[in-house]
Design a protein around this ligand. Structure first.
Ligand SMILES: [Fe+2]
Length: 207
């Protein structure tokens, strides 16, 4: 019969969770995994992930601008804008996830945390305080414009480089969703009479 060996394993089974662990990063930001079976060369994936990260930072900023607007909106159109801003926020949340996961599948690293987003975004920072509805709407449209401009450039470059997956995501999801949201927001900045039509008022000489 074999002699029983002493247990040399010093890490005994223990129910205590191992807290406060840290270690070196396993992949630095701004790099891509070397070999992936995607038929896309490393330099292509590097360029695409860099540009997608810019789009991601701007989309996260627009997402948060919608939530700020949702909370802080005031005035007679409060209810409809409160709901519309939240709907657009939800849609931007989906875009954020699609862009971030595209970066990861290309072997890159998605930007994620607020301080990194703040350093990267091209969208103008709004004040912490409350602003009037026309200013809120204008800020949202300006942010959309930054993103739309970028999507067109990025889609074209993705096509040139043969990255049709990125082109499709950027055009079909990001660009088209942003265009639609621009329409819904910008119609609120048309100066329409609420009660008296201008023509009929003029015809009757009503001020
Ligand atoms: Fe809410």
């Amino acid at each position: 019969m074999a002699k029983k060996q002493p247990n040399t394993n010093t890490s005994r089974i223990n129910a205590q969770p191992r807290l406060h662990q840290r270690a070196a990063e396993i992949q630095p930001y701004g790099t891509v995994s070397h070999m992936l079976p995607l038929e896309l060369e490393e330099p292509v994936r590097l360029e695409m992930t860099e540009q997608l990260n810019q789009l991601l930072a701007d989309t996260m900023t627009l997402r948060d601008l919608y939530k700020k607007s949702h909370w802080q909106v005031a005035g007679p159109t409060f209810y409809q804008l409160h709901l519309l801003f939240d709907k657009h926020f939800d849609e931007q949340v989906e875009l954020v996830d699609s862009i971030a996961e595209r970066i990861q599948l290309l072997g890159g690293i998605s930007i994620a945390m607020a301080p990194d987003v703040a350093e990267t975004t091209q969208i103008e920072r709004p004040p912490r305080g409350r602003e009037e509805v026309p200013v809120q709407l204008s800020r949202l449209l300006d942010a959309h414009q930054v993103i739309i401009r970028q999507t067109r450039k990025l889609a074209e470059r993705a096509s040139e480089l043969g990255d049709e997956g990125t082109n499709d995501l950027v055009v079909s999801e990001v660009l088209r969703r942003n265009e639609l949201q621009v329409w819904f927001v910008s119609e609120h900045l048309v100066n329409m009479p609420l009660v008296n039509a201008v023509d009929s008022s003029e015809a009757r000489g009503v001020a």
